[in-house]
Structure formats: C-alpha cells, structure tokens
Design a protein around this ligand. Structure first.
Ligand SMILES: Nc1ncnc2c1ncn2[C@@H]1O[C@H](COP(=O)(O)OP(=O)(O)OP(=O)(O)O)[C@@H](O)[C@H]1O
Ligand SMILES: [Mg+2]
Length: 228
C-alpha cells in the first residue's frame, strides 16, 4: 500500500531530511512514526502525499509512483488519501457540515449521497449535534474530529496524520485516538507521526522510528523509546 525504496529527500538548502528510507506498509496496518525533533518524520509523511517530491528513490502509494507522477495528476491522487494535520486546517467560514461536505463536492458526488455520508462520518466522530457550528465555535478536539471526518468522508484506503494530537490535551488526545482505532478497525490503514509517548506505549502498534533521516527501528508492538 505504501512502499518506499531508498528514498532520499534533499531540500534546496542542502538539508538531507530523509537519507535512504526503505519501508513497506501494508493495507490495514496502524503505524506510528516517532523520533526526535528534526529527524525527518514530517518529511517522510509529506513524501506520502507528494507535498514533497523525493530527490531520488521511489515512493509508491496505492500502486502509484509518486516520484514520477505528473504535477497535474497530484490532486486526483490525493483524493485517494485522508490527510490530517496538527493544526486541523478547516475552512473558517464554512460550518462543520460544509467543511466535510466540501471534500465530496469537489469530486462531484451526488447531493443525496453527500448528505447521507457527511452525517454518517460526523456521527462516527461524535459531532452530529454540531453540524451548523463554525470551526471557531468548537474546541480543539472537536475541530480535529471535524478534520478526521473530512479525511475519511471519501473512504480513503489510508489516513496519513502528522502529529494529530500535537495541539490537544491528554484526555482529548485519547478521544482522537479512539476514533483512529475505530477507523483502523474498519480496514483503513493509519500512518501517524507523533511525540505522544503515552499513546504509543499504551496502544501498541507498529513503530517506525526515524533518526537523522534514516529508519532507526521498525517494530510491531514496539514502544516509544525516547527519554524525556
Ligand atoms: N521546507 C524545508 N526546507 C529546508 N529544510 C527543511 C524543510 N522542511 C524541513 N526541513 C529540515 O529537514 C529536517 C527534517 O525536518 P522534519 O520537519 O521532517 O522533522 P520532524 O521529524 O518532523 O521534526 P518535528 O518532530 O520537530 O516535527 C530538519 O533538519 C528540518 O530543518
Ligand atoms: Mg514534524
């Protein structure tokens, strides 16, 4: 589902953020990406949706080689992915309902199907009662739930998240994790970069540790593994 073969990403300023990464993530897996600040986690995640393009090596997602993918085909490729950010990235002038529906409108789904599916995913994340609210009227945890609902509304095979609980308090972070667990239980692959030691050590999943742009550890049921 996600394969990388000796992937190197060198930024224009000369920083080598990933220095020969080879991995294989299979359908249905739940993967934490851990490692010190500046290790290359976000770069690794960004390579998966072509926010960054590999300098060399192949990145293959859902059978598509992102390294050779034409710029013009990126939007279509991204529609197959769910992407969740630390800072939610909701559209501030749209309601909860509209933020989620928008993701289906851009792929021109039928209005009837949009209504049904949007309410279904908002129910899954526990926000059906706040459909008319604006993002500014929600707590951080609620905003992240809207972002997750949006990320899964088109039924992607994989959800990619960069520190999705990074701006949230511990209790809210657990609620968000429960939602990811539920999504994963339904068959969706989850890849999330995180600094949350407690979560990684409690909900044991595959742990890919990155240090200095390289895979330092790749362990099923592994722990977080860093001090402090
Ligand atoms: N757009 C960019 N241009 C140049 N250098 C960059 C860019 N983005 C990241 N870097 C550098 O690449 C390295 C890896 O950064 P990255 O953001 O992938 O780390 P990270 O593991 O996500 O860190 P954190 O835990 O702090 O989020 C760092 O040295 C960073 O300064
Ligand atoms: Mg990062």
């Amino acid at each position: 589902m996600i394969q990388m073969n000796n992937v190197i990403k060198k930024y224009p300023n000369g920083v080598v953020a990933t220095n020969g990464i080879t991995i294989d993530i299979r359908q249905g897996e739940f993967v934490y990406v851990v490692g010190p600040s500046g290790a290359g986690k976000s770069t690794f995640i960004k390579l998966m949706y072509r926010e960054e393009k590999a300098t060399s090596g192949d990145v293959i997602v859902n059978g598509i080689n992102l390294t050779t993918l034409k710029q013009s085909r990126i939007p279509k490729m991204r529609r197959q992915l769910g992407i969740v950010f630390q800072d939610f990235k909701l559209l501030p002038r749209l309601t909860v309902y509209e933020n989620v529906a928008f993701a289906m409108e851009v792929i021109e789904e039928q209005p009837k199907k949009i209504r049904q599916r949007v309410l279904e995913v908002l129910e899954l994340v526990g926000l059906k009662h706040k459909v008319r609210m604006l993002p500014s009227e929600l707590s951080g945890g609620e905003q992240q739930r809207v972002a997750i609902a949006r990320s899964i509304v088109n039924m992607p095979k994989v959800v990619i998240a960069d520190e999705p609980t990074g701006n949230l308090d511990p209790e809210t972070s657990w609620e968000i994790m429960n939602i990811f667990e539920e999504i994963n239980a339904r068959g969706t692959t989850i890849v999330m970069a995180t600094h949350n030691r407690e979560i990684v050590n409690t909900i044991r999943r595959r742990v890919i540790a990155i240090e200095g742009g390289m895979i330092a550890r790749d362990e099923y049921g592994g722990d977080y593994g860093y001090e402090g």
